[in-house]
Ligand binder design. Structure first.
Ligand SMILES: [Zn+2]
Length: 356
């Protein structure tokens, strides 16, 4: 069964700009708020965090003891800090390309935060528009803005012989970073690793190719270490394994995430990106095993990099949902999940062999 497409969260393109500048900001579908108090620092627009939050009906305050800015959301507290390249939201840490900074006596957030982090905090897409986009960005800006996630992953030219050369798998989180934690104490980082080991074994056994895990035990990784396996010369596809949680207990199912630029219209069969094709094969294989699939989504929230290496982040289920939780912690069900992902990869490779 072909999964229904829910291509929703396409975020506004991030533009660059130089002073003077202004932006418009609002939850998608609401009247945009005009913010003219825009500071350009290192070529990047920054706006007052209070004004940005007010535009999406959120509020926050500076905690001068912990030196963090705390934001109240409907789903719990979030924290940002000028000292941290991460947004802390409940138990998760989400990378921020450009740290917030104090400019002219106020804490200000970058356009990256507005476009990529605000949607997470309000649990819906955000309309963000830079009213003074200047199309040129110099090399110095590039190095500042994109240092963390500028990695470009290129599909490798395959020579005749084995149908695939190597696979990279990233079991999400690790070490102090638990990821999501279920009410019974089950930790996402452990599920991700267990599944990665099962899938890795299947791929190695049946394809006879190397499988590179970003971590093979419970420890923390730098962003560079997380990406390194996918950047290898012999790697043809990259799977990132995660699980998630929802504040609605009934929300369940596997969610497959791809880069926004990979989400061409599903009606144009020929135009589909390799990542979308891979996600569709994974969804169908999971469906065949009667594992519920909630959809395939383009997302700008995650560290999927750019380029054309077939890349899918598999959110294997919701630890907040009783059925998903049972499925993810049961070894037999974990094995079925790994088998289905393996089958999806196999189908994807076989189909891409057929089409020249
Ligand atoms: Zn995760």
């Amino acid at each position: 069964m072909r999964t229904t497409f829910l291509l929703t969260v396409l975020l506004a393109t991030i533009c660059c700009s130089s002073a003077p500048a202004a932006i418009e900001l609002a939850p998608r579908g609401k009247e945009p708020v005009y913010l003219s108090d825009v500071y350009i620092f290192d070529g990047i627009p920054f706006v007052d965090v209070d004004a940005a939050l007010a535009a999406v009906s959120l509020r926050g305050h500076w905690n001068s003891i912990k030196h963090v800015f705390r934001i109240k959301t409907a789903r719990g507290w979030a924290e940002i800090s000028p000292a941290s390249a991460f947004l802390k939201f409940r138990d998760n840490y989400y990378p921020i390309k450009t740290k917030p900074r104090f400019i002219d006596g106020k804490l200000r957030v970058s356009e990256d935060f507005l476009a990529n982090q605000l949607p997470l905090l309000i649990d819906r897409p955000v309309y963000y528009r830079n009213l003074d986009p200047r199309p040129t960005r110099n090399v110095a800006d590039e190095s500042t803005l994109d240092r963390l996630f500028s990695f470009l992953l290129r599909k490798k030219e395959r020579v005749a012989g084995p149908m695939i050369n190597g696979v990279a798998i990233d079991p999400g989180h690790g070490g102090l970073d638990n990821g999501v934690i279920a009410s019974n104490g089950l930790r996402e980082k452990d599920i991700n690793l267990q599944l990665a080991r099962r899938l890795s074994k299947l791929l190695k056994m049946r394809f006879g190719v190397p499988v590179y895990l970003s971590r093979d035990d419970d420890y923390e990784l730098t962003e560079q270490q997380r990406v390194a396996p996918a950047a290898r010369e012999d790697v043809d596809l990259w799977l990132l394994l995660h699980a998630q949680a929802s504040f609605r207990a009934e929300t369940q199912g596997v969610v497959l995430l791809i880069r926004p630029e990979d989400s061409a219209s599903p009606t144009q069969e020929d135009e589909q990106s390799a990542s979308l094709q891979l996600a569709m094969e994974l969804a169908m294989a999971l469906g065949d095993a009667e594992i519920p699939v909630a959809g395939i989504y383009p997302t700008a929230l995650l560290a999927l990099g750019s380029g054309d290496l077939p890349t899918v982040q598999v959110e294997t289920g919701y630890l907040s949902n009783p059925q998903d939780l049972n499925r993810l912690q049961d070894p037999a069900q974990q094995e079925l999940l790994a088998q289905s992902l393996y089958q999806g990869v196999l189908n994807y490779i076989q189909k891409s062999e057929e089409t020249p």
